[in-house]
Design a protein around this ligand. Structure first.
Ligand SMILES: [Zn+2]
Length: 188
């Protein structure tokens, strides 16, 4: 990928709307006791597919919101290349999802909150500077404050309240998810 760090949105109101849909998916994930992360694939201003984190439900460690949405979009379009598609996700993608995004040839990635522990777009790894053979435009709360900052706040709040609730053991010895450090490994 060539270094494309800043992609000012051609339409901030569209970004806000699609991030809103991704947030709705994140809420649904949280309601299903999954780490609340949601994603939407968009082409030509239309939603192609949505996805929410469902690692527990499907017993699949790769069922992060981005991968779920990308698989659904590829199935719907009948093409493993999602050329001309943009991906909106509530939280910065992890290493696996960043790889899937590149392999799918996603055109533009818009995400809400940065993920300091597992984020593989800017937090742990500066993805756009790696020289991968795909040009990906990235917009986040840091680079596109108008569209993404509000979504970032809400996405972060969802994660915080999710892990706060899980830190309260429902029975003695229930320590699962007791550390926020397990957040992204728990799927998102
Ligand atoms: Zn992921």
């Amino acid at each position: 990928m060539r270094p494309v760090k800043f992609d000012p949105s051609p339409d901030p109101s569209a970004d806000r709307a699609f991030l809103g849909l991704a947030l709705a998916e994140a809420r649904r994930a949280g309601e299903a006791a999954e780490v609340p992360v949601g994603a939407v694939v968009v082409r030509d201003g239309e939603v192609v597919a949505t996805g929410r984190n469902r690692v527990r439900e499907s017993g699949d460690p790769t069922a992060h919101a981005e991968v779920v949405a990308i698989r659904a979009a590829a199935a719907r379009l009948g093409n493993y290349r999602l050329t001309g598609c943009d991906l909106y996700v509530t939280i910065e993608p992890c290493l696996m999802c960043a790889g899937a995004i590149v392999h799918a040839r996603i055109r533009r990635l818009v995400y809400g909150a940065a993920e300091p522990k597992f984020g593989a777009v800017q937090s742990l790894i500066p993805l756009t500077t790696l020289g991968l053979p795909h040009r990906l435009a990235v917009a986040s709360a840091e680079t596109a404050p108008e569209a993404a900052a509000e979504a970032a706040r809400e996405a972060r709040d969802l994660l915080r309240s999710f892990f706060r609730a899980r830190r309260r053991p429902t029975r003695p010895g229930d320590r699962e998810g007791s550390s926020e450090g397990s957040s992204r490994s728990a799927g998102g």
